[in-house]
Design a protein around this ligand. Structure first.
Ligand code: FES
Length: 152
């Protein structure tokens, strides 16, 4: 049956009524109207659904919403500070890190985690870390350039 879930997303606790089998991805998109996080494969293969949970990136399609109660969930909607883009968003713009844009929110969330966890010190290391985020348009070199710039 339907149960009440509480999720802390981008600093705000939100309640929703959903079945316990609902994925975090569907909870975000279908119940909380946070459609910035994308659904590609829904099977952990593409990375379009990447979000941060307590600062670590996960594929939100593979995680049940109910398991994420009490944690800090960050989505692409939570990266801006007021009117200011996050440095990773700025870098993606500067380096043309996207074409159709569908994979971009997931790429950016993975990029943020990549830098924060110290996996962007070389192009190879960055590529390895980002390899779970597929881009059908093939913007990979530009994505790596963007992430590497933020890593400094
Ligand atoms: Fe989650 Fe593809 S939608 S990895």
């Amino acid at each position: 049956g339907v149960t009440t879930l509480q999720l802390k997303v981008n600093g705000t606790v939100r309640s929703l009524q959903a079945e316990p089998r609902v994925s975090l991805l569907d909870a975000l998109r279908e119940y909380l109207d946070l459609t910035g996080t994308k659904k590609g494969c829904d099977h952990g293969q593409c990375g379009a659904c990447t979000v941060l949970v307590d600062g670590r990136r996960i594929n939100s399609c593979l995680s049940l919403a109910v398991m994420n109660q009490g944690k800090e969930i960050t989505t692409i909607e939570g990266l801006m500070k007021g009117e200011e883009l996050h440095p990773m968003q700025e870098a993606f713009l500067k380096h043309d890190g996207f074409q159709c844009g569908y994979c971009t929110p997931g790429q950016i969330m993975s990029g943020v985690a990549c830098v924060k966890e110290g996996h962007a010190t070389t192009d190879d290391q960055c590529r390895e870390w980002m390899s779970g985020n597929l881009c059908r348009c093939g913007a990979y070199p530009n994505i790596v350039a963007a992430v590497r710039e933020v890593a400094g």
